[in-house]
Design a protein around this ligand. Structure first.
Ligand code: 3EB
Length: 337
């Protein structure tokens, strides 16, 4: 289960879930030292811009094991693995090389630990739109990531997970990911060209991610939607208009989910409901209009985490990621759980 929690309730909820916490994702450093004993702590230097502060919590109905080693940490149960890798980019080492090393590390560890199917990745690193050796840092990141996946597997496009890539205000290069023992299915958006097929205009190596990934976790089918922006085909829409960019991103998410639902209905008759939203806004001044637009579409009750962060294209003002979950849970006979 994935939930947004108010920090004031956290210690009680953590003690209720003792031994079953996979991770706490702490945007804007709200966690007290005390709250760091359960699961992995992923601390991301992006300020929250919602009405209150929230902590993202991943729990499991099964006992969770944790292992840590230098910059790498894992939390896992019998089915899924959450991983965290944090490094600082060393002077004289390119972002491309830093990314390559981190991704090689991730792909090696999921293989060794037997959770070989990547479902979702979050990439956070500073100065995403700045240039490094005459190329935008996001593009250097894409080159390193592409290289790691292509070394890992020949036809790697088919295994690429849903992802987000956001510029932070910290110093660390951080990647968080979810992987499973059973294959996940990846879904593309009919309104958008697959990112891995973007033309060279956006960088020498295309971005390695899927628009969405279906992932079974804890008897529930989840649909992880990648960071989604105001892009149709491969082109940015509504330059300088935060409201219309938000509307277009919502249309993209709806288009993707409708597409996934259609595919699934045929096989399982499943239907998704929206679970959580996370919204990245480039300029603080746009937060209000972005929030109003989201509330018009999803209502006031929808849990949303608002963050100030930079998107990978300078002309993007907002990016939205989502987690959906199937309405019907798989019915399992009681056994060990
Ligand atoms: C886009 O659609 C917007 O490089 O991992 C969204 C989600 C974006 C993930 C990534 C980039 C990434 O191209 C940018």
């Amino acid at each position: 289960m994935i939930q947004y929690i108010h920090p004031a309730q956290l210690s009680r909820i953590l003690s209720d879930h003792s031994g079953h916490v996979l991770a706490l994702v702490d945007y804007g450093k709200n966690l007290k030292e005390l709250d760091r004993d359960e699961g992995l702590t992923m601390a991301i230097d992006l300020p929250q811009r919602g009405h209150g502060q929230l902590v993202e919590m991943w729990t499991s109905p099964h006992p969770v094991s944790i292992c840590r080693e230098k910059d790498v940490a894992f939390a896992f149960d019998d089915d899924i693995l959450l991983g965290s890798i944090e490094v600082s980019q060393k002077p004289h080492v390119s972002l491309e090389q830093t990314t390559l090393t981190v991704y090689q590390n991730i792909l090696r560890s999921i293989t060794n630990m037997g959770y070989i199917h990547l479902a979702r990745m979050w990439n956070y690193f500073p100065l995403i739109n700045a240039e490094e050796n005459k190329q935008e840092r996001y593009q250097r990141f894409c080159v390193g990531r592409h290289q790691a996946f292509s070394e890992h597997r020949e036809e790697f496009q088919a295994i690429l997970p849903a992802a987000s890539a956001i510029g932070t205000y910290g110093n660390l290069f951080q990647v968080y990911f979810v992987a499973g023992k059973i294959p996940s299915a990846h879904v593309e958006n009919p309104r958008q060209i697959s990112a891995y097929h973007y033309p060279k205009l956006y960088g020498t190596r295309s971005p390695s991610f899927a628009r969405g990934t279906l992932f079974t976790m804890q008897n529930t089918l989840y649909f992880f939607v990648s960071g989604t922006a105001s892009i149709v085909g491969h082109a940015t829409q509504h330059i300088d208009d935060p409201r219309e960019q938000t509307v277009e991103a919502i249309l993209n998410i709806q288009g993707l989910v409708d597409h996934a639902n259609k595919e699934l209905e045929k096989e399982f008759g499943q239907d998704f409901m929206l679970d959580l939203l996370k919204v990245y806004v480039r300029n603080i001044k746009d937060t209000k209009i972005v929030r109003e637009t989201l509330e018009e579409h999803f209502g006031m009750e929808q849990p949303v985490l608002y963050l100030e962060g930079e998107m990978c294209r300078k002309d993007l003002l907002v990016e939205i990621e989502a987690i959906f979950r199937s309405k019907s849970q798989l019915k399992c006979k009681s056994g060990s759980n």
